[in-house]
Design a protein. Structure first.
Ligand code: FDA
Length: 303
């Protein structure tokens, strides 16, 4: 996992990797395609199967102001397209896509433009969570956007791998901010994060109890059936109705589970990434599951 996460951050590999046809074929398992219309087609199919979505235009760690402006334009086009095709979905946005790496005010201003447009259209923007060095500033920006646009139009993500998460969940819930809870996809050190999967899972369960007890509409983002069972058990024992929260999963992962939960009457949202900068996202998906590396090698060997 460490090696794959290291490779995911190598800027030099990004362009070379995205030009390899065999890798592109494998990436298609996790990414809807390189164009917005590829994502729209995938979403039509998911909506028809009773699943809602969150679109994500892939491009993280953007380093120039002009590129951040291009990202904002893409999101404005995306929000318009969602309305135009009547897709059941919202959008997810990363703050490093908006300039957080080099200018915090620019990141806030860019995110604000996207959230303002989503609010105008009655839609919602989930601000994805990235590495722990950005946790505090990301939550500060979400809070500023929430004060201006309210809980219907912007929400946060918390990662159960971080020690701070249960306390963050309590604070954000008290402020009325909607949360997506996930385990955390980044490699973090013992000074900020649990290193043992059992501790990450225990933190996930503790935090999901906070969320489900809050009366707000949150997203439980996991493919782990034990985490899903923990949510269902808590909801049953504390009379939390099935429509009072949603499950969220990633495009291409556990489609069987997505459909089963939807058929049982639980709202399920699928995260649908698209775009040509898929390399870091794809590498994180490989790192999560070593078996995926064999899948890649098999595809290479098949040419
Ligand atoms: P876990 O890793 O324990 O996996 C449980 C089971 O799920 C595995 O046994 C396997 O069956 C299946 N599975 C999981 N990952 C797989 C993969 N890559 N390929 C194939 N099967 C796989 N992270 C973050 O840091 N910031 C964020 O903003 C988000 N956003 C986000 C949105 C949504 C909707 C989801 C579902 C996830 C995220 N994540 C994220 C990613 C998250 O933190 C985490 O890395 C992955 O969801 C994998 O963790 P699981 O909870 O699935 O458990």
């Amino acid at each position: 996992r460490t090696a794959l996460m290291f490779l995911s951050r190598r800027e030099g590999l990004k362009d070379a990797a995205t030009r390899l046809p065999a890798l592109g074929r494998v990436a298609k398992r996790f990414i809807a395609g390189e164009r917005m219309e590829d994502a729209v087609s995938a979403v039509k199919e998911l909506n028809a199967r009773g699943l809602s979505v969150s679109f994500d235009h892939l491009n993280e760690t953007v380093r120039t102001e002009s590129e951040t402006r291009e990202e904002v334009r893409e999101y404005l086009r995306l929000l318009a397209r969602i309305d135009q095709v009547g897709a059941r979905g919202n959008v997810s946005l990363k703050l490093t896509q908006c300039g957080l790496l080099f200018d915090r005010e620019l990141a806030l201003a860019n995110a604000r433009t996207v959230v303002a447009e989503a609010a105008r259209r009655g839609s919602f923007v989930r601000i994805d969570m990235e590495q722990s060095e950005f946790t505090q500033v990301t939550l500060d920006i979400v809070r500023a956007l929430h004060r201006e646009f309210g809980q219907a139009h912007v929400g946060a993500v918390l990662q159960s791998s971080l020690y701070r998460t249960e306390a963050d969940a309590r604070a954000l819930c008290a402020e009325g901010i909607r949360i997506r809870l996930c385990k955390g996809a980044y490699l973090e050190g013992p000074e900020v994060a649990y290193q043992d999967k059992r501790d990450v899972d225990a933190s996930f369960v503790r935090t999901l109890h906070v969320l489900l007890g809050s009366g707000l509409y949150h997203g439980i983002a996991t493919h782990d059936e034990r985490m899903i069972d923990a949510a269902l058990t808590y909801a049953r024992e504390h009379q939390v109705a099935p429509g009072a929260y949603e499950f969220q999963m990633l495009h291409g992962i556990r489609r069987d589970l997505q459909e089963r939960l939807a058929q049982e009457g639980h709202p399920v949202r699928v995260y649908v990434p698209y775009g040509k900068h898929w390399y870091p996202y794809f590498m994180r998906r490989l790192a999560e599951r070593p078996a995926n590396v064999w899948f890649v090698l098999k595809n290479f060997l098949q040419g």
